[in-house]
Design a protein around this ligand. Structure first.
Ligand SMILES: NC(=O)c1ccc[n+]([C@@H]2O[C@H](COP(=O)([O-])OP(=O)(O)OC[C@H]3O[C@@H](n4cnc5c(N)ncnc54)[C@H](O)[C@@H]3O)[C@@H](O)[C@H]2O)c1
Length: 269
């Protein structure tokens, strides 16, 4: 308890696309359990409200705010709103990301552009809006949600993979640039995490094949288990807290050893 006490944390993408625990929702709740005042941001206000209500029901402090983080004016307004409510920003968790499955012959140009805007430009926009306030306070911690797809072939996933590689480098670049002024910027790289976004997509795309696909994913992880949103949340909590004060401009892989393993390959969505 208290690992984030006195801190104000913006969680962008704090809701869940479907029922259950997404990475952003679990992280927002964990942040609050550790004493942070959480500004829960989501394009879908009902999803942000749900996270807020969970936090408040546990006695935590949270404000929900509607914002599409891929739109600059909305991002500026969101940061102003956070400052109005809480007066400071110590932590920014950029969790928003979308996926378009397929290779260069499958992905439509407009989908490529949209994905890059949502997955990469949004993080530039939030960092651009938040960094001046962190500088004013003497520092802060930014954590961006990338993916192991940003460093490895997972399956034909060219736009998502390219965007997550970009998130890794965006994080490194910002982390080094602002290190001497107290701002750290890292990314997390989750592997196979059983969030509703993934399980729902696999169920929808081919319900009859769902169990086989989940099983293939499990077998690709050396432990034989998929990760949960809480596994991601605990990694983000560490990077948000002062315990990681000497960890900067790097990535934390949260994948049960899958990236390091040469045995498990799925190579399909
Ligand atoms: N689940 C996995 O296996 C996995 C693995 C690696 C990386 N990730 C990354 O984790 C992140 C979250 O994934 P999840 O599965 O928990 O997601 P999710 O889709 O359940 O939750 C994301 C939330 O972001 C919100 N959102 C989407 N676009 C937005 C926008 N433009 N502005 C504001 N809010 C927006 C959604 O409404 C939703 O509430 C993503 O960046 C994803 O790439 C997930």
């Amino acid at each position: 308890m208290g690992r984030l006490s006195e801190k104000v944390a913006i969680v962008a993408g704090a809701g869940s696309i479907a029922e259950g625990w997404s990475n952003g929702k679990a992280t927002a709740v964990l942040f609050a359990r550790e004493g942070a005042r959480v500004f829960a941001v989501d394009r879908n206000i009902s999803a942000a409200n749900e996270t807020r209500d969970i936090i408040r029901s546990e006695g935590g402090e949270c404000t929900a705010h509607q914002c599409d983080v891929s739109v600059a004016t909305e991002v500026e307004a969101m940061v102003d709103a956070c400052l109005t409510v809480y007066g400071r920003i110590d932590v920014l968790f950029n969790n928003v990301g979308m996926q378009v499955v397929g290779g260069p012959l499958d992905v439509k140009e407009e989908d490529w552009d949209k994905l890059m805007t949502v997955n990469v430009k949004s993080m530039y926009l939030t960092c651009r809006a938040v960094i001046p306030h962190m500088l004013r306070l003497g520092g802060g911690s930014i954590i961006n949600n990338a993916s192991t797809a940003g460093i490895r072939f997972t399956y034909a996933n060219v736009a998502y993979s390219a965007s997550k590689g970009a998130v890794k480098q965006l994080s490194q670049n910002i982390g080094v640039q602002y290190a001497a002024r107290g701002i750290r910027c890292n990314c997390v790289m989750p592997g196979y995490i059983a969030t509703p976004r993934i399980t729902d997509r696999l169920k929808r795309s081919n319900p009859a094949d769902y169990e086989r696909k989940i099983d293939a994913r499990r077998k690709a992880v050396p432990s034989g288990q998929l990760g949960s949103a809480w596994d991601v949340a605990y990694g983000v909590l560490y990077l948000a807290s002062d315990e990681s004060k000497f960890v900067n401009a790097t990535e934390l892989v949260i994948d049960g050893g899958q990236t390091a393993s040469t045995t498990g390959k799925v190579w399909e969505d």
